[in-house]
Design a protein around this ligand. Structure first.
Ligand SMILES: [Ca+2]
Ligand SMILES: [Ca+2]
Length: 79
């Protein structure tokens, strides 16, 4: 039972992940991108996971080259 529910969870997570890549960015992706876990995503951290600079430009609203907590909250959704 435990193993199968784990499997379903992984399956659902990967489905959500692929949907996220098609539609936008999720909070879990933000956590993955934030390699040093300081709550901010630098352009360097971002570029290890995405080359979508149009999305970066959109999310980095104050153009300082870092996505801070507020910008992550705005740019990364769970939808
Ligand atoms: Ca960081
Ligand atoms: Ca910024």
């Amino acid at each position: 039972m435990k193993t199968s529910s784990k499997l379903i969870f992984v399956l659902i997570s990967s489905l959500i992940m692929s949907a996220a890549f098609a539609q936008g960015f999720t909070r879990s992706m933000a956590k993955t991108m934030d390699a040093d876990q300081d709550g901010k995503i630098t352009q360097e951290e971002y570029m290890k996971h995405s080359s979508d600079m149009a999305a970066w430009t959109k999310m980095d609203t104050n153009k300082d080259g870092i996505l801070d907590e507020r910008e992550i909250q705005y740019g990364f959704t769970d939808k």
